[in-house]
Structure formats: C-alpha cells, structure tokens
Design a protein around this ligand. Structure first.
Ligand SMILES: [Zn+2]
Length: 256
C-alpha cells in the first residue's frame, strides 16, 4: 500500500484503511463529546444523565478521509494557490488605499520617514500607516505633533558642554522630581540651559516664591548662578549646588 495522508498532511500509520478503489478512509471508535461515552456524570442535570447523548454514550464510527500522494499534492497546491491569492488581494487592497492616503497625508508621512530614527513613536505610527494606508484622526494629530517636535530637536545646534565651576546661566525647567535622602525629601529639577546642555539640582525656594501659587515650575525660564560639576559620564550634563540670584524670565500659569 502506498503512503496515505490525512487532509492536514499527517501521514496515516494505522492499518484500518478502507477503499472503494478511488477514495480512502479509516474508521475509528468515537463517543459523545460531552460525557466521553460514559452517558452520565454527577455534573450533568437530570440525575446525572448526559443531555447530549441522552445516556447512550453516543458511540459512533468516525470516518476520516485519507489521500494518496497524488491527491494530497492537489490539496496542497489548492491550499497554496488560495494563500497566494489571499496575499495578492490583500496587497492589491493596500496598494489601492495608498494613493488616497498619500494625497491627503503624503507630506506628513514623508516628514515622518525623515525623522523616524529619532523617535520610536513616529516610527511605530509610520509603520502602522504603511500596513493599510489608514490612520485615525487621533493618530494623525499625534503624529503631526511628534514629527514637529522631532524636527525642532533636529534643527537645534548640538548641545554645548555643560558648565563647570561657578557660572551664571539661563535655562528652562524640563521636569521635577521629589528625591528622598537621609536628610528628608527635597524637590529636584532638570533644567535645559540655553546652549542645550542639561543641569540637575535642587529647586531654590526663591524660584517657587517668584512663581507664586499659580505659576508652573515646569516650563519656567530663569537665570541663576550656581556651582556646577560636570557629569563624569556625559559632558553635556552637570549637577549644580547653591543656586542663587534667581531671575524669573517667563513661565506658564496653572490652568484654572
Ligand atoms: Zn453524552
């Protein structure tokens, strides 16, 4: 007997093949799928009688078709052709969507491609767009913002080395953080200086006083004098101590 296969390509290794000369199959004992052939069980309603087989166990002979090499080759060829057509159709639909998408958002998409290496979010959205040439309004708005930000960062001159020793500088608060130490907690800030180097240190009380109750610390631009120590790992980064001579230049108001 030549090799025979089930529909999924599994080779049949049993010895129960039946045939009419053209088709092949084998029969196997099978039972009710609910009770597995028991016909009853404590978990079934109506006194434990299985409601699916009515207590009979539902025995039957399950017939499984088998295919010879020539037949399974045909089945596989049909399956592959179907998969290829599915992919071709999908690609055709995608291509058809590309032109209208590019007509509306092509400029933004091209800008995104230019800066995507700088920004993971831009890369993800641009990739998502290319899968189906479709983005929601929210995704488009977020992409526009992220691309604009990335372009601004890219247009900047490279950051200078951070200050060292006593220096008077101007910068903007990027973020703040409460830091715990053995002396208690203190509010720290990351400041982006005008030369795009960054500095980290305590928020001076004077700065808070100048901002008052409704001025936001983040985004506040100010001039100050402090003792700077450049980071050993990053020449564009310094730690500062004893900030004095605070002059507030600009800040945003807390929204009511
Ligand atoms: Zn049953």
């Amino acid at each position: 007997m030549n090799d025979l296969y089930e529909h999924d390509g599994t080779r049949y290794s049993g010895d129960k093949v039946e045939t009419d000369g053209k088709k092949f199959w084998f029969k196997k004992d099978a039972y009710c799928s609910k009770c597995g052939g028991a016909g009853y069980g404590p978990w079934f309603p109506d006194g434990g009688i299985c409601y699916q087989c009515n207590g009979t166990g539902g025995h039957y002979l399950k017939v499984t078709r088998l295919y010879n090499q020539e037949q399974i080759d045909k089945i596989n060829a049909r399956r592959e052709a179907k998969a290829a057509k599915y992919l071709a159709d999908k690609e055709a639909r995608r291509e058809a969507a590309r032109a209208p998408f590019m007509a509306l958002h092509g400029e933004l998409y091209e800008r995104a491609l230019r800066v995507q290496d700088d920004n993971d979010f831009v890369r993800q959205i641009a990739y998502r767009a290319s899968l189906a040439w479709k983005l929601t309004d929210n995704e488009l708005a977020a992409l526009e913002r992220a691309v604009t930000r990335a372009e601004e960062v890219r247009a900047r001159p490279p950051a200078s080395d951070a200050p060292e020793g006593k220096a008077t500088v101007t910068g903007k608060v990027l973020s703040t953080k409460v830091q715990q130490s053995m002396y208690g907690s203190s509010l720290k800030m990351l400041v982006e200086l005008d030369d795009f180097s960054k500095a980290w240190g305590s928020v001076p009380q004077k700065l808070c006083d100048l901002l008052g109750n409704d001025g936001l610390l983040v985004g506040a631009r100010f001039t100050f004098t402090a003792d700077f120590t450049r980071s050993g790992d990053d020449a564009k980064f310094a730690f500062f101590k004893r900030p004095t001579k605070i002059e507030l230049i600009d800040f945003q108001k807390r929204s009511a």
